[in-house]
Ligand binder design. Sequence first.
Ligand code: MF3
Ligand code: CO
Length: 253
Amino acid sequence: MIKLKSMNEINKMRKAGEILARCHKEIEKMIRPGITTHEIDQFVEEFLAEHGATPEQKGYKGYRYATCASINDEICHGFPRKQPLQNGDIVTIDMVVNLNGWLADSAWSYPVGDISDETKKLLEVTKKALYLGIREARVGNRIGDIGHAIQTYAEGEGFSVVRDFVGHGIGQYMHEDPQIPHYGVKGKGLRLKEGMVLTIEPMINVGDFRSRLDDNGWTARTVDGSLSAQYEHTIAITKEGPLILTTLEEQPL
Ligand code: MF3
Ligand code: CO
């Protein structure tokens, strides 16, 4: 069942999203060779507490951390750890913020120190793929239009789109209907309606799209060991077009 949100509810989610966006800005400043994802996770807990918010991921289905921290070939759901980040790594920090019962979800991939040109290209293409997907999130379009825009662009740049993890509706629950694949066929799938609030969160791999799960039951990584990046925003579908709830910047669209 899809729960459509009123403008009042969307504004509550936007407040959660603003805290989340501010938190990412702080993380961006912290990331450097030598820092650990455990330190970043602790920072996020403190930052959210200072802003009257809570980390929704902590305790979700037994997950133990405020953030997911996925390094290099890890696609998503990496555990924060005490092993320092190294020059040339990339790390995706993903979190869901709960402010007064309303949620926002956003992930960002960060370069650690100096990264190779191919890695830079992966980050740029993944971020652009997110925004191309967001551009399709309008009243009257279909879910397949979002995935199609992401997939054709990312594959055209020589990369692949992860199939095993998808975007989702979000509101008072982290995962609501519908699911939003980052691949698909133009004109196919459910029609998008005003009041839908969704995450779009493409995970893009340098090599093959297939993933496998670590023994910890959570962390997904690329089967071929290639790098994977992810950018995610929570967006609301409004009459005026997609509204990004997890940004402090001007709406790009
Ligand atoms: N933020 C993730 C998502 O998109 C959820 C991570 S799973 C959790 O949907 F257990 F860490 F919460
Ligand atoms: Co999400």
